[in-house]
Structures are given as C-alpha cells and as structure tokens.
Write a protein that binds this ligand. Structure first.
Ligand code: ATP
Length: 209
C-alpha cells in the first residue's frame, strides 16, 4: 500500500505543479495517471520512484517513508520511465542479469527467464548493445527490466508509447498479470482509450490546487 500525504511539488516561486495531494493506493490495483502535457504526471511518478523529492508532504510504502528510507522500498520497485536512461553499452540481456543478481534473484533458471521475457516481448536482439536499439526496442528492454523482478510496485511513465500494436497487447496482458498477483501499478498515459478495463482508479492532472 502506498499513502501519499499532503504532497506538494514546486519547482520555482509561483504556482506549484501540484499541491496537497492526499490519496491511499491499495495493492493489486492499477492506477491510471492522466492529463495534458506539462500537467505534472511525470513529476508525480518521479516522486513515487524516489527520483525526485517532494517540496512538502510524504509518501509512505507500508508505513515506510520512501524518501527517508529508500533502501527499504527500492527493492520492491519496477520502473519504466525515460528510455534514454538505459546503460547503452550493455545488452538488454546483461542488464536483466545484473538486475536479477543485484536483487539476489539470480539462479540456474536466470538465463531461461531472460530468454522467456524477451521472446514474449519479441526482442531477439537482446544480445546486442542497447545503444544499437530503436526507441521501441529500448522501451521493450525497460519493460523487461521492470517486470523480470516481479515487483510489488510498478511505476510506468507512458509504457506503451512507441510500441507497435502487438507489443502493446502483450504489455497490457503483462500489466494485468502483475495486478493479478497483487502488484500496485501506476501508469501514465495520454489517453485511456482501449485501456479502461485495466484501470481500477484514475488520477487526473492537473490536480485541484
Ligand atoms: N526539473 C524541472 N525544473 C523545473 N520545472 C520542471 C522540471 N520538471 C518539470 N517541470 C515543470 O513541471 C510541470 C510538470 O511537468 P511534468 O513533466 O511533470 O508534466 P507531464 O504531465 O508529465 O507532461 P508530459 O505529458 O508532457 O510528459 C511543467 O510545467 C514543467 O515545466
């Protein structure tokens, strides 16, 4: 469960991006984050993923303040955000192996799990350095990296952007499966079109100030 209490973010003097958001998000739910360009979706998701700090207010994960004790939270997190943040000199396969080892989830079945997820996402190039990938291929690598650890919390900033129709369907099913095993999912999108059955709740930005 994630509780957001009185969350405010202000980058500069004047109008905050959002102010005083208080919400509780239960496990096993998929939360759609919607709104026009510049309305605060990415800012909100960056705070939830400890890539940014709130100006005031707190985010609690099962009672833990995620900005004060990130080490107790980040191991539960899967993140899909800006694909340019990938380590481009690594292959997608190496990235996933590194993540599994770092999370102490690597075992004899590790290589098989990596092959399975890239088969599912249709990324046969997972032995090539990610610097050679197209935008959609990088997005697939990020999605695989987020899902391979079976995270308790999945935070995805426009995970379907740049993906072809078939892959969008695959990722939509993967999101549904993660929700089914109890993950709490935040997902931003510019449109709820064709996805409404996926979302249990929706947050509309800009939030009331
Ligand atoms: N690092 C930053 N420094 C200053 N202002 C910022 C910074 N990051 C975002 N902003 C501002 O915060 C506001 C919200 O931006 P944000 O990226 O959260 O919007 P968004 O809803 O994700 O937009 P989009 O749909 O275009 O991705 C915008 O006015 C933006 O200019």
């Amino acid at each position: 469960m994630i509780s957001v209490e009185n969350l405010t973010k202000q980058y500069k003097a004047g109008k905050p991006v959002f102010k005083g958001i208080s919400e509780t998000f239960e496990s096993g739910r998929c939360i759609g984050i919607f709104g026009p360009n510049g309305s605060g979706k990415t800012t909100f998701l960056r705070i939830l993923s400890v890539n940014s700090f709130p100006t005031s207010g707190t985010v609690l994960y099962n009672g833990i303040n995620i900005h004060e004790e990130p080490g107790k939270y980040l191991g539960h997190l899967g993140l899909v955000h800006d694909e340019e943040s990938l380590p481009l000199h690594l292959t997608a396969g190496e990235l996933l192996e590194w993540i599994l080892r770092k999370r102490k989830l690597w075992d004899n079945g590790g290589s098989g799990k990596i092959q399975e997820i890239f088969d599912r996402l249709s990324l046969p190039e997972y032995h090539d350095p990610m610097g050679t990938y197209s935008t959609g291929m990088k997005k697939k690598a990020q999605i695989a990296a987020a899902f391979i650890v079976k995270p308790d919390v999945l935070i995805m900033d426009e995970p379907l952007r740049g993906l072809d129709q078939t892959t969008r369907g695959v990722v939509t099913r993967m999101i549904g499966e993660a929700r089914g095993r109890g993950a709490l999912i935040f997902m931003s999108s510019h449109s709820a079109e064709n996805l409404s059955e996926l979302f249990d709740d929706q947050l509309e930005f800009p939030m009331k100030k």
